[in-house]
Design a protein around this ligand. Structure first.
Ligand code: TXA
Ligand code: MG
Length: 346
């Protein structure tokens, strides 16, 4: 049975009432989509196992893929984990609130459903004033995966959330477009040395300042093998997949433009996901993702662009890789999955 999904305005005059409504829904075991600086999250009270189960069914999420718990402060997080090692504490001080998640041995108050039976829990303090107000008003900790149907691109606007989940969740807080645009960087401190499980808005370069011995998980670059255990269960699923076929192209801008122009002689409907400057040479159909090699803009635009490809009826799209430096690694990682690991290097 579809339910009515309340669309909660966060304009100045509605904000307080909307926060109260959202807090009440969460306390009653319901689901609310929340804005964060990375992507929209689908939140439930993390300590209410029945509420958390609803997240999995609304999203169609595999039961063995654990959730991130969002909290308002380090003090609250200390109760969710067994201990916070010194390097993790330094990262917390440097990167929170912000697009950074750490995995630590869990304390007993975390229900098994949240961490899919693992003995660790992923935690983060998001940087979004609406969600911070909600955490304060509800006094809850919130389990929240990205607020999309499992497998589709993560939502960076509340409209994306409604496209996927209208009628399946209790409410959405209608915040702004997410500034970072890709999900948080995930590092596990449950291993020694710590390991990067998912690249995001906090870069390897930034992490290395506090974790010099950081290990980069192979799953970031490569297709997971069947029946082999992965450190981060989320990495093994098909992800960010528009209906359009995506192929990642590793090339400089000019070689990319030449390549796409050649391909378009055979099929003029081929899309390009490219830098703004390619507009002059390539023309439509294309989606521009910021200036050449500006991976921060590319990240902010990526998921919206993947959804737009389907809305525009794209069948095949060549996507330029922004390189693997800085936030480029997060974009590359998401593009690889959207492309089911199909890459051309020119
Ligand atoms: O930016 C974000 O992290 C967003 C916003 C809403 O905060 N959330 C998000 O959640 O991206 P989700 O569920 O889409 O991705 C969580 C990732 C998955 O790859 C999952 O496997 C991993 O974190 N993860 C969660 N708990 C874990 C654990 N205990 N050990 C290893 N990986 C874990
Ligand atoms: Mg997700």
């Amino acid at each position: 049975m579809p339910m009515l999904t309340k669309q909660l305005s966060v304009s100045h005059e509605h904000l307080d009432a909307s926060i109260q409504t959202a807090a009440q829904i969460l306390k009653n075991g319901g689901l609310v989509a929340i804005p964060t600086e990375t992507v929209y999250g689908l939140a439930a009270n993390a300590l209410d196992e029945e509420a958390v189960k609803k997240i999995f069914s609304a999203k169609g999420r595999p039961q063995d893929n654990p959730l991130i718990v969002h909290a308002s402060s380090l003090k609250v997080i200390e109760k969710l984990v067994k201990e916070i090692p010194p390097a993790a504490k330094k990262c917390a001080e440097a990167f929170w609130p912000g697009p950074f998640t750490m995995v630590l041995p869990k304390s007993d108050i975390i229900p098994n459903t949240v961490c899919a039976g693992l003995d660790t829990v992923a935690v983060r303090i998001p940087k979004n004033n609406i969600t911070q107000k909600l955490l304060a008003a509800s006094q809850l900790v919130l389990a929240a995966p990205s607020a999309n149907i499992s497998g589709s691109p993560s939502p960076t606007t509340f409209e994306h959330v409604l496209n996927d989940l209208d009628g399946k969740i209790d409410a959405v807080l209608m915040g702004e477009r997410c500034a970072v645009g890709v999900e948080s960087t995930v590092v596990t401190f449950a291993t020694n040395p710590p390991r990067l499980l998912r690249p995001g808005g906090i870069t390897i370069e930034q992490l290395r300042e506090f974790i010099p011995d950081l290990v980069i998980d192979k799953a970031i670059f490569s297709e997971p093998k069947k029946n082999v255990a992965v450190a981060s269960p989320g990495m093994k699923y098909k992800h960010y997949s528009p209906k359009a076929k995506i192929i990642v192209v590793e090339a400089d801008r000019e070689s990319f433009e030449t390549f796409v122009s050649e391909q378009r002689k055979v099929d003029p409907n081929i899309f390009a996901l490219c830098f703004d400057e390619s507009n002059n040479r390539l023309g439509q159909p294309l989606i521009c993702c910021g200036q050449t090699n500006d991976s921060i803009s590319y990240a902010a635009r990526l998921f919206d662009a993947l959804r737009e490809l389907d809305l525009r009826g794209c069948k095949l799209c060549y996507a330029i890789s922004p390189g693997k430096q800085g936030v480029g690694l997060a974009v590359y990682n998401r593009l690889l999955r959207a492309a089911a690991f199909e890459v051309i290097s020119l």
